[in-house]
Design a protein around this ligand. Structure first.
Ligand code: PSU
Ligand code: MN
Length: 312
């Protein structure tokens, strides 16, 4: 291997015997949720994947090495707010972090790159980055979208948060040739809500994991490099309806605008934190529920892929 990457033994065994593996990102642990529920959620997501019959592989960079599957102590290191030097790593940051022996949590984009290098084809997260509101002026478009266009990993998320501009996010995904499949409904899910108050239609809809696996394999046969984006609505019992979360999101965006230090990669964590405070923590309960829901769906997709074609 020409780059520094370590696979945990259980992940390596599962891949070698063509059993289902699901990747998990680490930015959600280090920069996306408050301590200690970040660590509890990361553990619960791993457990949910195991209970659904797949092997979890939480991905991060630790001390200059890509890690595919980490120990519980390492997970605590990533989630501990007192840990020093845990960067937020997207595509542009990966090589520098590895070359300098640094450590960091991987975003959706960087996790996709690492999962693909390891031969993992399915990845569960909460929300992807997207086109921020005002992007026509500030050009803030997450590298996650470009990554979906060029790295053949299926990402299971709960749609896009309404802190983003959802119609523009879907437009960019169309331009980039990324298939977007909402699971079990025609509307595109809006993270904390099952759909946006504007009822935004999803570009595609599927009702079973087998259909998703069939599409992934056909895309591979065509030699297309794009990943698939699966948008899994939050369970009804855990959602915060769009009418409730909408005004809170507006307020959080105003708070960000009023704070000149908040731009670039600081914006998403700042907005999540404001929504958390303004919902008195309810947004976090929803966020955790949807991550676990996505972990379970990703495990089923990974299992169907293995059943159909082996894990390659
Ligand atoms: N959405 C969340 N929680 C998160 C993120 C997004 O609800 O933690 C993280 C993901 O890792 C995603 C990243 O890839 O934020 C996007 O950041 P940016 O917009 O800077 O690309
Ligand atoms: Mn950005």
């Amino acid at each position: 291997m020409t780059f520094p990457m370590d696979l945990a033994p259980d992940v390596s065994d599962a891949l070698a015997s063509r059993k289902p593996v699901v990747a998990l990102e680490s930015t959600i642990i280090s920069h996306g949720m408050p301590f200690p529920r970040n660590i509890e959620t990361a553990r619960a997501a791993e457990a949910a994947i195991r209970e659904s019959g797949a092997t979890p592989a939480t991905i991060a960079v630790l001390d200059g090495r890509i890690r595919i599957g980490i120990s519980d102590a390492e997970l605590e290191r990533l989630g501990d707010p007192d840990s020093d030097g845990i960067e937020k790593l997207s595509r542009r940051d990966l090589a520098a972090c590895l070359a300098t022996g640094g450590s960091g949590a991987t975003t959706v984009a960087a996790t996709m790159i690492c999962a693909n290098l390891a031969g993992i084809r399915v990845f569960a997260t909460g929300g992807i980055g997207g086109v921020h509101r005002g992007a026509e002026l500030n050009f803030d478009i997450s590298a996650d979208l470009q990554e979906l266009a060029q790295t053949p990993v299926t990402v299971v998320c709960a749609g896009a948060k309404a802190i983003l501009d959802i119609p523009k996010t879907l437009e960019v995904l169309e331009t980039l040739g990324v298939p977007v499949l909402s699971f079990g409904q025609d509307l595109f899910p809006a993270f904390w809500s099952r759909w946006h108050p504007d009822r935004i239609a999803s570009p595609g809809t599927v009702s079973s994991t087998g259909e998703i696996a069939d599409r992934i394999l056909m895309s591979q046969r065509l030699g297309l490099k794009a990943g698939h984006l699966v948008a899994n609505p939050i369970p009804e019992t855990d959602e915060i309806p769009g009418e409730v979360i909408g005004p809170i999101i507006e307020q959080s965006l105003k708070d960000a605008e009023a704070n000149p230090d908040i731009s670039g990669k600081r914006l998403t964590p700042f907005l999540l934190d404001r929504v958390f405070a303004l919902t008195e923590g309810r947004s976090l309960d929803s966020n955790i529920a949807l991550v676990l829901n996505n972990a379970r769906l990703a495990a089923k997709i990974a299992a169907d892929l293995c059943d159909r074609a082996g894990n390659k």
